[in-house]
Design a protein around this ligand. Structure first.
Ligand code: 6GU
Length: 257
């Protein structure tokens, strides 16, 4: 996966992605990062890249020329094949896991980061294929959203995560929030690790984790819970049967006593 970022702040992008899993993937070459400074492509002798909006209004706009020429330079480096150009904007479609999975199939991705009040509409019409937002709040520029997207996309690229934690196998628990996890020591601050996790009974542990995931999702993200419940109706049938067996077993034991 080759990420290309058109930005006025390339050092922010490079600094932001050179740590941890992303840093290691860049080192290994599983992903590459080409942060292009739009200012390097301005035809203006004072290196200016912005101007006032026609019709008036607050702030400045990034001009079409430097953005387009920076894009052409990236396009040249990629070759003939078409490439998706993602413009980060609160006016875009909201980013989600399905989008990350889809984008991870591409060989190259270009991210266009706006600053100031935005970018001249004409160059957007000319080069942008996807308008994407990362949520309903306003940020000062597209750099953080681009980094968020690259992180989410990269972890869906084969070889970025270790095998044991493969992002591609997240389908089943996809709609659920994660269960709580515990590490050593067994007692911390007077709080004990849930007994079941020490039992060594793998099936019981998995059952408990799923229960916790469902509890949490139902409480915090009811719409995600409903989506999961719709697609996993057999789970509730199995659970009801399991509880029925348990009830009968207890009843039998009571009668025998
Ligand atoms: Cl993509 N850009 C900006 N400036 N603000 C945002 C955003 C993007 N997504 C949410 N807020």
């Amino acid at each position: 996966m080759n990420f290309h970022v058109l930005t006025l702040f390339p050092e922010m992008i490079i600094q932001g992605l050179n740590t941890s899993i992303m840093g290691r993937s860049l080192e290994m070459g599983t992903i590459t990062l080409n942060a292009v400074n739009i200012r390097d492509y301005t035809a203006n002798k004072h290196k200016k890249v912005d101007d006032y909006p026609y019709g008036g209004g607050a702030g400045m706009l990034m001009q079409a020329q430097p953005v387009y020429d920076a894009y052409l330079a990236v396009k040249d480096s990629i070759g003939e094949k078409p490439v998706r150009v993602i413009y980060l904007t609160p006016q875009g479609k909201t980013f989600c896991q399905d989008m990350a999975k889809e984008l991870a199939k591409e060989e190259d991705l270009v991210f266009l980061c706006g600053h100031y009040e935005g970018i001249d509409e004409r160059v957007l019409e000319e080069i942008v294929t996807d308008y994407v937002s990362i949520g309903d709040y306003v940020l000062t520029g597209g750099e953080l959203p681009a980094m968020v997207m690259m992180d989410a996309v990269a972890r869906m690229v084969p070889g970025v995560l270790g095998n044991q934690d493969s992002g591609e196998n997240e389908s089943f628990s996809n709609y659920l929030l994660e269960y709580p996890q515990y590490s050593r020591p067994e007692v911390w601050n007077g709080k004990k690790v849930p007994e079941i996790l020490l039992s060594g009974n793998h099936a019981k542990v998995e059952e408990w984790r799923l229960e916790k995931s469902l509890e949490k999702t139902k409480a915090v993200r009811p719409e995600l819970y409903e989506k999961w419940a719709e697609e996993n109706s057999e789970y509730f049938v199995k659970k009801a049967k399991r509880e029925e067996r348990q009830r009968k077993k207890l009843l039998k034991e009571k009668l025998l006593r």
